[in-house]
Design a protein around this ligand. Sequence first.
Ligand SMILES: [Zn+2]
Length: 59
Amino acid sequence: MKTRPGICNRKKRFETREAAEDVAARAPFTLRAYKCELCRKYHLTSRTKGMKTPRSMLL
Ligand SMILES: [Zn+2]
């Protein structure tokens, strides 16, 4: 997955995939952990195929 520098800097970083997935599992909506090519650490994305995260859940 390509990550733009601006996105990387803004996002929360996790040292390990386990840490990211642990947070993802607790979120009330679908989050996916992925490895960032820029910082070599992990971020979470709410983007899932064919499904939008309701805006109200992000606020
Ligand atoms: Zn990053």
